[in-house]
Design a protein around this ligand. Structure first.
Ligand code: MN
Length: 744
C-alpha cells in the first residue's frame, strides 16, 4: 500500500516538475531564440538528473529551486538563453557530481565561467566558516566585474531563497534576511533593479521586524479602497487631456513598499497615516525614441495645468540620467483636499529600464545607458584594485556611495563629471586622477581660489592646483566623501606611515643593540602588549613620532637576549583569556536570560535596551561578555551579516523581580490635565516607575517621551492599554531603539 502511494507521488512529482519547466520556457519566451530551446532542455535534463535525490528544506524536490531561479532571471530580470542555462545549472557544481569540465564540454566556456563565478560566491558565503563577510563582498564584486550576469543570477537565486525562507530555522532566517538587507538589496538598487530591490527589502523586513511588517501590511490593506478613490479623482481630468493631446499612455497609482513606508516613519518620526498621506502616480508614455523627451515634457505641462507643482521638487533625470541608468521626470503637485501627490513621468523604455535594470538596456541597445553601466563597472573595478586593506571600511564607503544623490560639475575643458552631493574640491581632484588628488593644494571654483575642503555645487567649474611637494594628511579623510578619494588617501597615508615606521624600527634596533637584545617575535609581542598597540607597524610608527618613549625600555628586566614580560602585561593577558573561554562555552547553547541575572556573563546592550518579551539575540563581545540586543536594533544587520559566528541565540525566561528601562512616545490634544492623568495611570500600575518625562506642546498638540521601568513587554502592553483610555490621547508608541538612545 505504502509503496503504491509512493510511486503515485513520484509520478505526480515528475509531472509537476515538467509542467514547471514548461512554465519557465513560456515566461522566458521573448528573450530566447527558437533554436536555443534544445540547449535549454539539455541544461534542464542535466540539472534535473543531478538533483534527483535532493530535497529542499520544505520537503519539495530540489529542482524546483533552479527552475524558479531561471524563471526570475528570464521573466523578472529579462535575461537570455545563456543566463537561463546558468540558472538551471547554478547549484550543480557545488552540490552534485557534475563538474565544471562537464559543463564546459556541454555548453562551452562562457557558461562554465559564469557557473564557476556563482560557485565561488557561494563558497564565500559559506555559513559554516567564521570568515568576515565584508572581505567576501569585495571578492564578490570582483567576480561581478568579470561578467555582470554572475551577480544578476546570484540576485535571482537570493530572491527565490528569500521568497521561501519560511522553511528555515529562525536564526538562519535572521542571518539570511540581514545579509540580504546589508548586501543584496543595495546591489540590486545599484544595478537598477528597483522591483527586485524593493521585494528583497520587504522580505527582509518580514523576518527581521515581523510585527511591524504585519501591522503596516494590514493597514495598507484596509486603506486600499480609500486610496484608490482619491487616485481616481486625481487622474480623471488628466486622462482626457492627455488623450486629446495625442499621447498614448498608461497612468497608475503606485503602491508603496512596506519597508519604504517604515523607513519614512522612522526617519520623519511620523505615524503610518502621515506617511500614507503622500500619494504617488506614474504616467508611462508609449512613444518613439526621438520624441521621448518632448512627450514627457508635454505630459508634465498637462499635469501642471491642472495642479500646482512644488518648484523645489522637480527632477529632470531625462537630460541627466542617474549613474545606474535611471531616466524620468519627477515632480510633486498639490492635489485635491490639499494633499501632495508625487508624479513620475517616463516612457515605456525608461520604465522597463527602471524596473528590470540592465537586462532592459540590452534590449534597447541604442541608448547611452550601456556606456554609463560600463563606466560604473569600471569604477567598481578601479576601487577594488586599490590596496585598501580594511574590507569593512571598504563596504561602508561603498554603501555610502550607493545612495548618494549626485551633483554635476565641469572640468576647465567643459567635461561633465558626476559626484555625490557634498563632494569637495579634493574629491574632484581624485576623480580626475590619483596623482592630481595626492598633489592637490587647492582649487579654483568658477575662477575663485578655494581650499581643498570646499564643497562643490551643481554647475561649478573646477580647476585643481597641484604641487609636487604636497602629501596627503590625516585630516584629508574628513574632507572627502567619495569612496575612491577615501581609499586612495588611506593607502597613501599608509605608505607614509610605513616609511616613518622604518625609521622607528631603526631606532628600536639601536636601543636593543645597546642592551644586547634581539628583535624577535617574543620580544616584539611583549612590547606590543606593554604599549597597548596592535601591530609592529604601529609600534615602530609610534616610536618615530614620539608617542612611545623608548626610555621606558630601561624599566624592563632581561634574560639573555630576551625581555622579561612585565607584571602588568601578564595580568592583561590572563584577563583577556578568561573572557574568551567563558564566552566560548556558551556559543553553542541557547542563552537563557533572566534566571540568574548576576551570575551569567551578559549585559543588556544600551543601544536598543531590550526588555523581557522582546525578540532578542546575544552578541559575544571581545571584552564585555555577551551583550543582549533587540532583533530590531539598528546594529543588528551589521552584526549579523559580519559576525554571524559571534551571535548567540537568546530567550527570556520568566522572572518578575528585575525591572528594565524603556520609553514611550505619546501624542495628544493639549489639555491642562493630561500630564497629570498620564502620570496617575503610570504610577497606579504596579511597580512601574517613571525615570523621565519630556513634553513639547505646539499649537494645541502635545508630544511627550516618557522613560520608565517595567518588568517585561506584557507589563508594558497593559500600561499602554490603560494610557490609551485617557481622554485626549491620540497615539502611544514604544520608542524605537535609536530614538530611545537620543531620549535617554
Ligand atoms: Mn541556489
Amino acid at each position: 500500500m505504502a509503496v503504491t502511494a509512493k510511486i503515485i507521488d513520484a509520478d505526480r512529482e515528475r509531472k509537476e516538475i515538467l509542467s514547471r519547466y514548461k512554465a519557465v520556457l513560456r515566461a522566458c519566451k521573448p528573450n530566447i531564440a527558437k533554436s536555443d530551446k534544445k540547449l535549454i532542455r539539455h541544461a534542464f535534463n542535466i540539472a534535473n538528473e543531478a538533483h534527483v535525490e535532493m530535497r529542499r528544506k520544505s520537503g519539495e524536490p530540489y529542482i524546483y529551486h533552479p527552475l524558479a531561479v531561471a524563471e526570475i532571471a528570464g521573466k523578472e530580470i529579462g535575461l537570455g538563453t545563456t543566463s537561463i542555462i546558468c540558472s538551471l545549472l547554478h547549484d550543480t557544481v557545488e552540490d552534485t557530481d557534475v563538474t565544471l569540465d562537464d559543463i564546459q564540454h556541454e555548453f562551452g566556456k562562457k557558461v562554465s565561467d559564469i557557473i564557476d563565478g556563482l560557485t565561488k560566491i557561494d563558497s564565500l558565503f559559506d555559513h559554516k566558516t567564521d570568515s568576515i563577510q565584508a572581505e567576501n563582498f569585495r571578492k564578490m564584486l570582483l567576480t561581478m566585474a568579470d561578467d555582470v550576469r554572475v551577480m544578476l543570477i546570484k540576485l535571482a537565486d537570493r530572491l527565490h531563497n528569500m521568497r521561501t525562507l519560511d522553511a528555515m530555522r529562525r536564526d538562519k532566517q535572521l542571518k539570511i534576511a540581514s545579509e540580504t538587507k546589508y548586501i543584496y538589496a543595495p546591489l540590486a538598487h545599484r544595478l537598477g533593479l528597483y522591483a527586485i530591490k524593493t521585494e528583497l527589502e520587504d522580505l527582509s523586513m518580514k523576518y527581521t521586524e515581523p510585527e511591524m511588517y504585519r501591522s503596516i501590511a494590514k493597514k495598507l490593506q484596509t486603506s486600499k479602497a480609500q486610496r484608490n478613490r482619491y487616485i481616481r479623482t486625481f487622474t480623471e481630468p488628466l486622462k482626457k487631456e492627455l488623450k486629446d493631446s495625442g499621447l498614448t499612455y498608461t497612468i497608475l497609482g503606485r503602491p508603496k513598499a512596506i519597508n519604504s513606508i517604515w523607513s519614512k516613519m522612522k526617519k520623519q518620526k511620523v505615524s503610518f497615516e502621515k506617511v500614507f498621506d503622500l500619494f504617488a502616480i506614474r504616467i508611462v508614455i508609449d512613444t518613439e525614441p526621438k520624441y521621448e523627451k518632448a512627450d514627457c515634457w508635454k505630459a508634465y505641462s498637462i499635469v501642471t495645468d491642472f495642479y500646482r507643482p512644488n518648484p523645489d521638487r522637480l527632477r529632470d533625470w531625462i537630460s541627466n540620467p542617474k549613474v545606474n541608468g535611471y531616466e524620468a521626470l519627477h515632480t510633486t503637485v498639490m492635489g485635491p483636499k490639499g494633499r501632495w501627490v508625487e508624479i513620475q513621468i517616463r516612457t515605456e523604455r525608461m520604465d522597463a529600464i527602471a524596473e528590470k535594470g540592465l537586462a532592459a538596456h540590452w534590449k534597447y541597445k541604442e541608448t547611452n545607458a550601456d556606456t554609463s553601466l560600463d563606466n560604473w563597472l569600471a569604477k567598481v573595478k578601479d576601487l577594488l584594485q586599490s590596496p585598501e586593506a580594511n574590507a569593512m571600511d571598504f563596504v561602508d564607503d561603498f554603501k555610502l556611495n550607493l545612495f548618494a544623490e549626485e551633483i554635476y560639475v565641469f572640468t576647465p575643458a567643459g567635461q561633465l563629471k558626476k559626484l555625490p552631493v557634498n563632494a569637495t574640491a579634493l574629491d574632484f581632484a581624485f576623480d580626475i586622477h590619483t596623482d592630481i588628488g595626492i598633489n592637490c593644494i587647492g582649487a579654483k571654483v568658477n575662477h575663485k581660489l578655494v581650499p581643498l575642503s570646499h564643497r562643490l555645487n551643481n554647475g561649478d567649474q573646477i580647476e585643481i592646483i597641484t604641487s609636487k611637494k604636497q602629501k596627503p594628511k590625516d585630516e584629508w579623510l574628513n574632507y572627502v566623501v567619495t569612496a575612491k578619494a577615501k581609499s586612495r588617501i588611506k593607502s597613501s597615508l599608509k605608505d607614509e606611515k610605513r616609511s616613518q615606521a622604518e625609521f622607528g624600527k631603526a631606532k628600536l634596533e639601536r636601543k636593543f643593540k645597546q642592551r644586547k637584545l634581539k628583535i624577535n617575535e617574543s620580544n616584539i609581542n611583549i612590547l606590543l602588549s606593554y604599549f597597548k598597540v596592535t601591530s609592529p607597524l604601529d609600534l615602530y610608527y609610534n616610536i618615530e613620532t614620539g608617542k612611545i618613549d623608548l626610555k621606558k625600555l630601561d624599566e624592563f628586566e632581561t634574560k639573555g637576549d630576551l625581555l622579561k614580560p612585565s607584571r602588568s602585561s601578564i595580568e592583561r593577558k590572563e584577563s583577556s583569556e578568561s573572557t574568551t573561554s567563558s564566552t566560548k562555552r556558551k556559543k553553542s547553547e541557547l542563552l537563557l536570560i533572566g534566571d540568574d541575572l548576576d551570575k551569567i556573563d551578559y549585559k543588556i546592550a544600551n543601544c536598543c535596551n531590550p526588555i523581557p518579551g522582546d525578540d532578542v539575540f546575544g552578541f559575544v563581545t571581545v571584552d564585555q561578555g555577551i551583550k543582549i540586543h533587540r532583533v530590531s536594533c539598528p546594529n543588528t544587520v551589521e552584526l549579523m551579516s559580519n559576525y554571524a559566528y559571534r551571535i548567540v541565540k537568546a530567550k527570556w525566561t520568566n522572572q518578575k523581580e528585575i525591572v528594565f528601562l524603556t520609553g514611550l512616545r505619546i501624542t495628544g490634544i493639549d489639555d491642562v490635565g493630561i500630564i497629570n492623568n498620564i502620570t496617575k495611570v503610570i504610577s497606579r500600575e504596579l511597580k512601574v516607575n517613571i525615570r523621565a518625562i519630556n513634553v513639547d506642546s505646539l499649537d494645541g498638540i502635545f508630544e511627550g517621551t516618557i522613560l520608565l521601568f517595567v518588568n517585561d513587554t506584557k507589563h508594558l502592553d497593559i500600561l499602554i492599554k490603560d494610557l490609551k483610555k485617557i481622554k485626549g490621547i491620540l497615539t502611544i508608541d514604544r520608542l524605537s531603539p535609536d530614538e530611545y538612545y537620543s531620549a535617554s
